[in-house]
Design a protein around this ligand. Structure first.
Ligand code: UD1
Length: 344
């Protein structure tokens, strides 16, 4: 079966995608520099799928290593490119790190394939929509000026990919615009491993419930939403992983929409921060210690996706709901508490 390169394959979304690629009959090959992930994830993946995926540790910003790897692996037919820096706050403090890591790796990978046909799936984000004017937001909504260098790397990368696909004949590209990935594999053997204090909601909730954090602060209680807290389209990471398999299949078949395309990957449902907390309390059976705090700068008030295009054209739809998202995130937090995988 086809060999698929998964860059960032030991990371949160990458590891779940490696599992789903294997389940769909593909042979995933991981490249990761382990800058924000742990080598032990390979053993965890093996426990789930029964084989240890092929793994190569290097930085895709290294032109020589990237070119040599691609030349040594001519049987790779598709690339799913997760490897990138992703912390919004850090990107504001150190924008050059973000422009360096996220662009050099992307351009090196693309440059290694100037002639051979290659299917390419890119990790984009609903952050490209900013605060949408119309909800649910569709793929044709305008891309708004980004509020962070991280978000800007996603917008510019989409432009680079579209221009590349249109200029050369050999690239078939899909950018998946993720909404808010949460949850963990049903085995609780892989999940999100936040580096330091979590910035995202779900790991902060689960770490508070397990006692690693004293309390969650809900950022803002006076937004113009039904309960005053922000609304997001949370999506189970396993559904998200399956969307990558669907994207590879679409590219293998030939995308009738052309050489470059974008898809929203969400559930189409919005949940407020307070609703997410309630869903977590129900799934875990534990009351959560939280308080209201000021708004977080740069936060979008509400966003959820129109998933009509991905349902019809990608042939993919999220299957798991908020209860599964919360219970799997909680099972993973308990597992990791008993079996720590420290990030070196
Ligand atoms: C954030 C990024 C987004 C990025 C995504 C990657 C910002 C502004 N956006 O999305 O660009 O693609 O992460 O995962 O940083 N919340 C709390 N308390 C907390 C943490 C979060 O109330 O301790 C709230 C936030 O205000 C927000 C919701 O929970 O309303 C979700 O937050 P988060 O998980 O950080 O995701 P986004 O902000 O949507």
């Amino acid at each position: 079966m086809s060999k698929i390169l998964v860059t960032g394959g030991t990371g949160y979304i990458g590891s779940h995608t490696v599992v789903e690629l294997h389940n769909a009959g593909y042979t995933p090959v991981i490249v990761d520099n382990l800058s924000n992930s742990n080598i032990k994830i390979l053993d965890q993946i093996e426990k789930i799928i029964g084989v240890k995926p092929e793994f190569h540790q290097f930085d895709l910003c290294d032109v020589a290593k990237t070119t040599a790897f691609i030349e040594a692996n001519p049987d790779i037919t598709g690339i799913i490119h997760f490897a990138a820096s992703k912390a919004v706050g850090e990107s504001v403090v150190d924008p050059l790190k973000y422009y360096h890591n996220n662009f050099f790796s992307l351009i090196n990978l693309l440059n290694s394939y100037r002639e051979k046909p290659i299917n390419f799936v890119f990790s984009s984000s609903c952050t490209v929509y900013g605060e949408p004017d119309v909800l649910p937001v569709t793929e044709s909504a305008p891309v708004k000026k980004s509020t962070s260098p991280y978000g800007n790397t996603k917008q510019i990368a989409e432009e680079i990919l579209e221009e590349t696909a249109n200029a050369y004949g050999n690239y078939n590209i899909v950018a998946l615009r993720y909404f808010n990935p949460v949850g963990a594999h049903e085995t609780a053997l892989i999940g999100e491993l936040p580096n330091g204090v979590p910035q995202n909601l779900l790991p902060f909730i689960t770490q508070t419930a397990i006692g690693k954090r004293e309390k969650l602060t809900v950022f803002g209680s006076d937004y113009d939403t039904p309960d005053g807290s922000c609304i997001r389209d949370y999506i189970h990471v396993v559904d998200l992983a399956k969307a990558h398999v669907a994207a590879i299949k679409l590219l293998e078949k030939g995308n009738p929409n052309g050489k470059f395309d974008v898809f929203n990957i969400g559930t189409g449902n919005g949940y407020s921060v307070l609703e997410a907390i309630k869903a977590f309390e129900k799934a875990s059976g534990k009351p959560l210690n939280y308080e209201f705090g000021p708004r977080r700068e740069g936060d979008v008030i509400q966003v959820w996706g129109d998933v009509t295009k991905s349902t019809k054209e990608l042939g993919w739809k999220a299957q798991l709901g908020i209860d599964e998202m919360m219970s799997s995130a909680w099972a993973w937090e308990q597992y990791i508490n008993e079996n720590p995988l420290p990030l070196d």
